[in-house]
Design a protein around this ligand. Sequence first.
Ligand SMILES: [Zn+2]
Length: 322
Amino acid sequence: MVIWRLPRGGSISSPTWSYCPRCEHRLGGLDLVPVFSFLFLGTKCRYCKAPISWRYLSIELLTGALFALTAGYLWHMNGSGLDAVFFCLFTALLLCVFFIDLEHFVIPDGLSVLGILLGLTHGLLTHSFGDALAGMLGYAAVIYLIGLLSYVYLVAMLNKRKSVGQAAGEYLRENADDWVYVFMSSLAVIIPPLRRTVEARWGEAEPLEGYTSEEIEADEDAGGMGGGDGKLAAAIGANLGLALALGSLGFAIFLGAFAGIIVMIRQRRRLGELIPIPFGPAMAVGALLAFFFGHPLAAWYAHTFWGNIGTGTAISAGPWGL
Ligand SMILES: [Zn+2]
């Protein structure tokens, strides 16, 4: 539902019911049982017989598999039930980011804001708020630094449209303004009168309302590492903590380069040609890999290269508060 609604300018919370995207008939409880409804309804809408996209089934199955893996992994790591709830929500959020950005080249602000709140709340509840904060600021800073360098390279050095200083200033100003917008419009969800101030300044609704098609087109034209990636980095960092978040960037860069090479070969592009590939999906998968394999990998690394010391500290330093 989130993957369908957000990039189409819809909201997660309105309407509060689910509906068939073709006949818009409101769906009942029996139409909404994950996986089973899809099978029992014969893969068709009960009301207008429109075929239900295979995506619903595959995303429901994927979500279930991720929840089972997350709960199982946390069980193995002696995590608490509270950790399981928070990390299940986090993996579901990453799944939404993965599919929305892959198809629409956009990461809805609402998802990043929810991710940040999720991570910081979990940090507060498990006495690891400092690590959540460090992860949020650290990972976002690295992504914005990469974005800044690539923007300056593109605009000032490759196209020579602006001076280096002008390009850098523009990038920093626009992204700072973007964060003020996201912060103010998130606040406006709690304090409704603020919404008028936000609309007067930026002429937009709150971030949870998703994106309109015009904004998506504008984003595609922009190219390079977008501000959406920086906001997603803040969300991932808040949930994983600094060490795992930076590890997830390593996975993401590897995956992004791999996807880039595949696309280059399939579209017969030349080296050095700019190919628009969204980085969000690589960041989302990187975060999952870091979450599931970060600690075992760190333990293996410490064991292999430093002998037995460090294995215990690598695991207990995580965001689980073990
Ligand atoms: Zn229908």
